[in-house]
Design a protein around this ligand. Structure first.
Ligand code: 13P
Length: 225
């Protein structure tokens, strides 16, 4: 099965010129690229465009927000939902995430729903409890065959401290038990060219959600090879 490699540029790289150069360097990989909203129109019609978030209302007086209809119109196929940075800095709740996931599916796009525990939660043996809550509330009433789950342990994001391959695989199995054996699960959290093979081929994840390394063209290309 083909692996799903997703570049989450987050609020990078900085200027449009840098974004254009980065895109030019990685577009041949065919990976899903999720740039900041403002670049989407210029990068269309790239066939694997994704967005980093959306709002669950279709249109109206919601200053600063972007609807799924708008993203679909620009050719987005995937939308990252419930990233831990959105939960942390923008107070997104599992209830918000549930509404967003439903809206994305209704529009025929694929939500990439992020779940994962903080370092403190892991140290207190709360990991499974956290995942269970995020899945129960965030994915309530959702058809698991229509989504991708990204297991992103928060302590591994942007730290260079990636999750052990065996432990990540164990968490993948925990998530499968909570959802479905056939659900697509990708890994995120300091994924790079050196550890990608372990997640993809040893732990058998269906893909990777890549932050920092997606901003380094040579490294990102190696991940997608
Ligand atoms: P890093 O790859 O920089 O750890 O970020 C992971 C991430 O949050 C992707 O969504």
């Amino acid at each position: 099965m083909e692996k799903l490699i997703v570049a989450n540029w987050k609020m990078n790289p900085g200027t449009w010129q840098e974004a254009e150069e980065l895109f030019g360097a990685v577009k041949k990989t065919g990976a899903v690229i999720c740039p900041p909203f403002i670049y989407l129109k210029s990068l269309a019609p790239y066939e694997n465009l994704g967005a980093q978030d959306c709002f669950y209302r279709e249109k109206g007086p919601y200053t600063g927000e972007i609807s799924v209809t708008m993203l679909k119109d620009l050719g987005c196929k995937y939308i990252i939902i419930g990233h831990s940075e959105r939960r942390k800095y923008f107070n997104e709740t599992d209830e918000d995430i549930n509404k967003k996931v439903k809206t994305v599916i209704e529009a025929g796009l694929i939500p990439i729903v992020c779940v994962g525990e903080t370092e403190e939660e892991r140290e207190n043996n709360k990991t499974e409890e956290i995942l269970e809550k995020e899945i129960r509330d965030g994915l309530d009433g959702i058809d698991y065959s229509k989504i991708v789950i990204a297991y992103e342990p928060i302590w591994a994001i942007g730290t260079g401290n990636a999750c052990d391959i065996e432990e990540a695989e164990r968490m993948k199995e925990v998530i499968q038990k909570m959802t479905s054996k056939n659900i697509k699960i990708i890994y995120g959290g300091s994924a790079n060219a050196d550890n990608a093979d372990g997640y993809l081929n040893q732990a058998n994840f269906d893909g990777l959600l890549v932050g920092g390394a997606s901003l380094k063209p040579d490294e990102f290309k190696r991940i997608t090879e």
